[in-house]
Write a protein of this length. Structure first.
Length: 453
């Protein structure tokens, strides 16, 4: 179901939320689906989200939301605890014919007979459920930027989650951060209503945990891994390699990154990036556009942990018969050659959980003030969101669908106004050029700023 940014009140329950506990007796999203449990016990709920009209949700997004809500740990998916990285999440795998859920789970989902489909994260350690949900929705509100994975609000039976947490702790390498985060989560799950996480981890009846279930994108490359293999970055310069500490690395990105330097140059983009259609120029254009969109998302949503959490996908870009560019993933070298395509890297932001209620480093170091180029559609969508952000129904949507607290929304609203006011003023004074239109750029069209919606 779609709701207009100008008229959100219909069907949205306007609740005042001091905490993020999920009340399953109150509507959330467009529709709630019961998770089937063959034993007859309550398997939990999954919520198909409300879509704001005008937001760029694709048919593929809608299909993925339904698939995520159709995954269950009883009939069609093996569920195993993460034993790597830092977040104590649950991984969902579909099981190939000839195997069983029980067989794959007993092997801790390490075999060759399952496919990684989705990841369940909740508000623990640095993670925060509203951040995961908000990145998905805000990315679509801004026109579908940065390839943010589809995510839905989901609950999980507490008794089963506790057993998986015990298993996760037993699997986690001793002394590593993942062991510490599993230990912390297990303590909170066992403490239930007596624990400090009672308001952000559980449904209001304390029978379920709740979190965000996100689709595994597929074929993405984790950027730090690529840097280690290549020894030298060819995607985002010294994004990860300079600076000390979280603030220092963002400052190094702001001040030293060659892509940010291009983004901040106050000249027509055609004088910064060549207009001949070739791999080098298309890659640079993609990078500048991705960097602008990432900075906006991370500033709006108070991202604390972006460095080290950027992935990319490889995309073949070719000219269509109408002159517009076409994008294909996973095609052969022969097809690339036949299409006259160039293969480039495009940003994919899949680790977005440490945000909303966190330290807003991007805002603190004024990273958004480096944006001198932006896509006109993203700009106008941002202005429209800002225009309607004070409507009570907009706040109600964020609280009922994205699980924001009052404080979360106040912070988001402040971030949104700060970024939008700056960009609007910069546009009006010609310090911001709305020229990140890749089709126009490579067809050498002249674009003119229109700073108001």
């Amino acid at each position: 179901m779609k709701k207009s940014l100008l008229a959100l009140a219909v069907g949205v329950v306007a609740t005042s939320s001091a905490y993020a506990s999920l009340n399953t007796q109150v509507p959330h999203g467009d529709k709630s689906l019961q998770i089937a449990n063959p034993s007859g016990a309550n398997g939990g709920l999954c919520y198909l989200p409300t879509h704001l009209s005008g937001a760029a949700f694709s048919d593929k997004d809608l299909k993925s939301e339904g698939e995520l809500c159709g995954i269950d740990s009883y009939t069609n998916a093996a569920v195993c605890p993460k034993d790597n990285s830092t977040n104590p999440g649950l991984n969902f795998y579909t099981v190939a014919d000839g195997s069983t859920i029980q067989k794959e789970e007993s092997a801790d989902c390490k075999g060759q007979n399952e496919k990684f489909e989705a990841k369940y994260k909740l508000s623990t350690s640095c993670s925060y459920t509203p951040a995961i949900l908000a990145y998905y929705h805000i990315s679509r509100i801004l026109g579908d930027v940065c390839n943010v994975p589809v995510s839905v609000l989901r609950t999980y039976p507490l008794t089963e989650h506790i057993e998986l947490a015990k298993r996760g702790l037993s699997l986690a390498p001793s002394g590593q951060l993942i062991a510490q985060t599993w230990s912390g989560l297990l303590s909170q799950l066992q403490a239930g209503r007596s624990g400090s996480g009672r308001d952000t981890l559980f449904t209001s009846d304390y029978q379920f945990s709740y979190g965000a279930l996100s689709k595994k994108p597929g074929n993405e490359i984790f950027y730090p891994e690529a840097v280690r293999k290549q020894k030298k970055s060819t995607f985002y310069g010294d994004f990860f390699n300079n600076g000390s500490g979280e603030d220092g690395r963002v400052i190094a990105f702001r001040d030293n990154n060659p892509i940010v330097h291009m983004l901040s140059t106050n000249a027509d983009i055609g004088t910064v990036i060549g207009t001949d259609f070739n791999q080098a120029n298309v890659q640079k254009f993609m990078q500048v556009n991705d960097a602008a969109n990432m900075i906006i998302l991370d500033t709006l949503l108070s991202q604390q942990d972006r460095q080290g959490n950027v992935a990319f996908i490889q995309v073949a870009v070719s000219r269509g018969q109408d002159g517009k560019l076409e994008y294909n993933r996973g095609i052969s070298d022969d097809q690339v050659k036949q299409l006259g395509a160039v293969v480039v890297k495009q940003m994919l932001l899949k680790d977005n959980d440490c945000g909303v209620a966190k330290d807003n480093i991007a805002l603190k170091v004024l990273l958004y003030q480096k944006i001198a180029h932006l896509n006109a559609d993203v700009y106008k969508r941002l202005l429209l969101l800002n225009k309607n952000a004070d409507d009570p129904s907009t706040k109600a949507f964020f609280e009922s669908d994205l699980m924001f607290t009052d404080r979360d929304y106040t912070t988001f609203r402040t971030n949104l106004k700060t970024v939008t006011d700056f960009l609007h003023s910069a546009c009006a004074s010609n310090r911001l050029r709305l020229d990140l239109d890749i089709d126009a750029h490579f067809s050498k069209q002249v674009l003119h700023n229109s700073c108001n919606i």
